[in-house]
Design a protein around this ligand. Structure first.
Ligand code: BG6
Length: 484
């Protein structure tokens, strides 16, 4: 008998399943990239049957203007989807799930659950036998855990311990969806697939690095969750520190999970910890006007919706090079970009109009929505003596306005195929929390003043500009400019 792999989604009635997982799986099905015979089993407390579950999924897909309209492909895909009622928070709540699964097939257990249910879900997986080893290698067992992974170092450690009581590290896939983005993976190819950039990647050549993850959207419906998290937990601990690791780490020996993650852990370990006492010199927080009126948010909340942080990396390569990280909601644009600014020419011999100083070279990696690379350098203005101007060399992955595949496509496929390279290891998450914990402690100090406010549609509070301007630098967004 054929041994079909099964993807079991716990939390199948939730928005992650409807908005991300099923659309990504459907796209993979259309591209014929899913493993042969994959079965999908949705589990929730909801009273669906197979038919009504499939119908609701189809309905959600139809209401998404980006989703493909391919009824025949959907019909073929939907046949592989089933629904089983189950409750991860009850000791015997998963017995029915166990009964429908093929014990001999591979099994990807996806926890698309609210984070407070992780612990109970792990107990239930163990107790129901769903996590128990299969008879041979083809009957693999893997678990996917969504973010947020803990809310500080201590809770992340406790969750890691719990997971590792039930699974081996090699079976665990902790998601940070930024790693599933094509442009984030391209950081590795850009750095380690070319020889021309690596010699520049050093304090001798680089003045500073900026990482901006700006969102124009506000908290919307997620006020209750967000108000307990804030931008440092929601964006810095995971997405921004992942971008930092990829841009600053040493070259891994191979593209393989442990080699890659080992380099990232080493980098995070060398990030200089900011103590709560000195945080005021390295961090600016902000809160957008109107945040306190959002549903689910405390009226007197001090939760930051914006942060700008200066980090240093204490190793040979990066000694003395500041890394400026900023992220916020309600900003002027949705825009993620990494800019590497090289030193200015040490001496100028050309004509500079308006008393400008020589421009530094910049390499900007556009993560989204402009997916590409911009390199800025000086050129001569024709027929104007030796006057110079800045020009940009550009590369883009896609046509303007055509987004690449959703990050979940790559991550689901990798988890089904057992490749953990783009997932986080336990020590990586703990290192990241140990960088962020002192900062959240400062943000949540009951005696601290409320963070400065900023207007929705701006670039955050003016103090964020002052953080970098104080060192003779300015925030730049190179890929935001119009394409030539
Ligand atoms: C999530 C955060 O992890 O990432 C959200 O919880 C944020 O608050 C989102 O909006 C941003 O992801 P993306 O892929 O839209 O940049």
């Amino acid at each position: 008998m054929a041994r079909h792999p099964t993807l079991v989604i716990f939390g199948a009635s939730g928005s992650l399943t409807f908005r991300k997982l099923i659309p990504a799986l459907f796209n993979l099905h259309r591209k014929k990239r899913l493993p042969e015979g994959l079965q999908i089993v949705g589990v929730a407390r909801h009273a669906y049957d197979d038919e009504s579950f499939r119908n609701e999924l189809a309905e959600a897909l139809r209401s998404d203007p980006q989703a493909p309209r391919e009824p025949d492909a959907w019909a073929g895909f939907a046949r592989a989807i089933r629904f089983v009622k189950g409750d991860v928070s009850e000791p015997d709540g998963l017995a029915a799930v166990r009964r429908v699964l093929d014990a001999d097939g591979g099994r990807l257990l996806y926890l698309a659950l609210a984070p407070w249910l992780y612990d109970k879900a792990l107990v239930s997986l163990q107790r129901s036998g769903l996590a128990a080893p299969g008879p041979d290698e083809a009957a693999w067992r893997r678990v996917v855990i969504e973010k947020p992974f803990g809310r500080d170092l201590e809770s992340a450690r406790a969750l890691n311990r719990r997971i590792l009581e039930v699974f081996k590290e090699s079976q665990v896939f902790r998601i940070d969806h930024y790693l599933g983005k094509e442009t984030v993976q391209n950081i590795l190819v850009f750095r380690f697939g070319n020889v021309m950039f690596e010699p520049l990647w050093h304090r001798n050549m680089i003045d500073h690095v900026q990482i901006t993850v700006a969102e124009s959207g506000t908290v919307g419906e997620r006020g209750a969750y967000y108000d307990g998290a804030g931008v440092l937990r929601d964006m810095f601990q995971n997405h921004l520190l992942q971008l930092l690791s990829l841009i600053a780490m040493g070259a891994p020996n191979r593209f393989e999970a442990n080699a890659l993650r080992g380099e990232k852990v080493k980098l995070l370990d060398s990030v200089r910890r900011i103590s709560p006492a000195t945080a005021g010199r390295h961090m600016v927080l902000g809160q957008y006007d109107g945040y306190r009126g959002s549903a689910g948010v405390r009226r007197d909340t001090k939760t930051p919706t914006f942060a700008a942080v200066r980090l240093y990396i204490d190793n040979w390569r990066w000694h003395g090079v500041p890394f400026y990280l900023r992220s916020g909601k309600g900003l002027a644009k949705r825009m993620t970009e990494i800019t590497i600014q090289l030193h200015r020419p040490p001496h100028n011999m050309f004509e500079l109009t308006n008393g400008r100083s020589p421009e530094p070279n910049r390499i900007s990696l556009g993560i989204q929505p402009d997916e590409g690379v911009h390199i800025r350098f000086q050129t001569k203005v024709p027929e104007r003596g030796m006057e110079v101007r800045s020009s940009t060399l550009q590369y883009h992955f896609n046509e303007p306005g055509v987004p690449g595949p959703d990050a979940y496509e790559r991550l689901l496929l990798d988890a089904l195929n057992g490749d953990a390279s783009l997932f986080m290891r336990h020590d990586e998450i703990e290192e990241a929390w140990s960088i962020i914990d002192p900062l959240t402690r400062v943000a949540e100090d009951p005696d601290a003043p409320a963070p400065p406010s900023y207007k929705v549609g701006s670039w955050g509070p003016p103090q964020a500009d002052a953080l970098i301007a104080g060192e003779g630098r300015a925030w730049v967004l190179d890929t935001a400019s119009e394409r030539d």
